[in-house]
Design a protein around this ligand. Structure first.
Ligand code: SF4
Length: 304
């Protein structure tokens, strides 16, 4: 994607896939989806029992990033908690975007559109300018021609085709992909929140021209996730993607304190009809590659 012309150098960071980057860019600000490393050093949110390490790492990385604004969503209770901690722990303006849990009703979709509009007012307060119809269309088309949008993470062949499913992965935990490949697997689908599953669908060009904000909201609101109620569209999406990619096994990852994805493991096992290796990351220290590797190796041997 060519780098859009931003009106200002104001940077807004977020991590949740339901935050529309095009909306921020159309206001002339620089959107940055932050996948936490996490960074070392001073913490705004200290380590606390029961606090999701991903949510905590996002908060600390967002503050360390010296961004001009931070967007948090109510996708889960942990993120709500992090919002409260950020408001108390930093002077950086923080916006809480309310995500309706349900998604099938017109009311829920309207609520999301209203939240995106409210986000627009926050962006104006940060120094942005509300975009015209044409400006929004222009930015959305620019983003939609992004050649980096690819569904798979692995270019290597051969190897046993594996899908990785779960919540988000911190950057340091992406070591998981290399370990799977080292053990003889081939990643054909990254269905984590920070992977292909967290990408919006391509825009419908006709609807984009007619009503760009509605099309933007619809494309983001339909991203499948375990936290949606009902989350049947997650399984519809998985059915299509698992068939398309020919995955023969699933590595399922979630962080220990993530209720949404932990409870999904049981349901996935019953539903999927493929072998599943469940991994729960504690997330507060470097992933132990040796221990992980032996579990992945045993799983891949079983698939031979
Ligand atoms: S990993 Fe789970 S608990 Fe943590 S922020 Fe994501 S959805 Fe929330």
């Amino acid at each position: 994607m060519r780098e859009p012309m931003y009106m200002t150098e104001v940077t807004v960071v977020y991590t949740c896939p339901y935050v529309p980057a095009e909306w921020i860019a159309a206001h002339g600000l620089r959107p940055r989806r932050l996948i936490p490393l996490p960074v070392e050093g001073e913490s705004v949110v200290v380590r606390a029992e029961g606090l999701c390490p991903y949510a905590r790492a996002f908060a600390n990385d967002a503050v360390a990033d010296n961004a001009d604004g931070i967007i948090v969503t109510t996708l889960c209770d942990q993120m709500r908690r992090v919002y409260d901690l950020l408001v108390r722990g930093t002077d950086t303006p923080v916006f809480l975007l309310n995500m309706p849990k349900t998604w099938q009703t017109v009311g829920a979709q309207r609520l999301y559109v209203d939240e995106v509009k409210r986000l627009g007012r926050f962006l104006v307060r940060l120094g942005g300018r509300a975009p015209s119809h044409e400006e929004l269309v222009h930015v959305m088309i620019d983003y939609d021609t992004d050649e980096d949008r690819v569904p798979c993470t692995s270019r290597k062949s051969p190897g046993t085709p594996i899908a990785v499913i779960g919540g988000p992965l911190m950057q340091r935990d992406r070591i998981l992909f290399g370990l799977i490949e080292d053990c003889g697997g081939r990643i054909v689908l990254d269905a984590t929140e920070t992977g292909w599953r967290g990408e919006r669908r391509p825009f419908d060009r006709r609807r984009l021209i007619e009503d760009p904000l509605l099309e933007l909201a619809d494309a983001y609101f339909s991203i499948p996730d375990a936290s949606r109620r009902p989350n049947s569209e997650l399984y519809e999406w998985l059915k299509v993607e698992l068939t398309r990619t020919g995955a023969r096994g699933i590595v399922f990852h979630h962080y220990v304190w993530c209720d949404a994805w932990r409870s999904e493991l049981v349901r996935l096992r019953e539903w999927v009809g493929l072998p599943v290796l469940g991994l729960d990351g504690e997330g507060y220290s470097e992933t132990n590659p040796a221990r992980l590797q032996s579990r992945i190796l045993a799983f891949l041997e079983m698939l031979q």
